[in-house]
Design a protein around this ligand. Sequence first.
Ligand SMILES: *Cc1c(COP(=O)(O)O)cnc(C)c1O
Length: 434
Amino acid sequence: MEYYSTGKKAPNASLRKAVLRGLAEDRGLYMPEHIPTLPASFFRDLPGMTFPAMAKSVAGAFFGDDVPSDVLDRIVSGTLSFDCPAVRVEEDVYALELFHGPTLAFKDVGARFMARLLGYFTREDCDRGDICVLVATSGDTGSAVANGFLGVPGTRVFVLYPKGRVSPVQESQFTTLGRNITAVEVDGNFDDCQSLVKAAFMDDFLRSSLCLTSANSINIARFLPQAFYYFYGYAQMARLGKADKLAVCVPSGNFGNVTAALIARRMGLPINRFIVANNSNDVFFTYLQTGIYRPKPSIPTLANAMDVGDPSNFARLLDLYGGDWNRIRADISGVVVDDGAILETIRSCHAENGYLLDPHGACAYRALRDSLKKGETGLFCETAHPAKFRETVEKATGVPVLLPERLQAFLSGKKETVPMPAEYRAFQSLLLSR
Ligand SMILES: *Cc1c(COP(=O)(O)O)cnc(C)c1O
């Protein structure tokens, strides 16, 4: 399969090129040339399939021409070593828990899949030693990428993060790993980290001596595997006899997760409609109302992984519908949930249902509750474990949140970082010395 750029001004790319490049030459995002549909027999068998088995079929439909099936099966099995249960919260409302991976947030699946696929491609064609994966993070992305690539042969990861501006739980998830993961503690803010990464990609000297790639969320290998979640969510609802009129709600920031869900539907998955939950960063909501897309600077909220003022995957969503606002509005509705409503929702859902939401899941649960119609069953994505946002959740409920063992283990690990001023020369020599 070939991949085209949403910018329409770059040549098509092979899967290998799209994965190694990330962004196309015209700064557009790669999209699969066609969206394969899965056969009726697959949908008949779906409710009885295991998560890895159905993911292998989905991955095969996209990547089967480019990756041998035994390799692809190994990549999928290596990615999905944990469950994503649909949990009943109340009558007709279920949480699809996407946070049972190593870093307890939903980005694990995309990061792990991408790490393994990149490991396969680079073993074949990187003649300048290991491939260096650069990622700038303000928290969650760094931990998902670092843990996804941990121990993947042929890869070295550099996670750049702003010193003193990442929560201790988040920091511990990428500074205690060692092996092929280097945490670079930059004396600056997140934008400084991002500038250092950008400077490295523009440095011809560096690029001639190292194999460089980025692992941000626009990479096709991080983006597409998120579709797995929706097949599995649907299958679980079908097993309960609740899949007939299914409304799926996705808490969204960069719109990768929800766009992958829309692709799952194009592949034939019978999800009735989608609801996008936004926090106070409401550019998409405004687009749905007015047809005008106007990016804005992001504003900080309690659901900070969704603090995005110009969602990068909006280009993919638009492309999927040929830019047709009316068709987009027919499939997707939007709800904005502000910080006050997030706190109130965490409190009331805990009090009434005994279910503990994180701030991102709270946006989704609230948006779903506000728009569910009679006769529908609602399924919302719970994208992070509540303990990752302990302070907010405790403030809302007044009840202490226990840290799961996995987070405890990160916190008791030994922190090792490379401290660095926000100057490109220092970063360049670090990369060249490896
Ligand atoms: C990244 C993230 C989101 C937003 O996902 P997008 O695909 O960027 O829309 C939501 N919740 C959590 C916990 C996240 O880490």
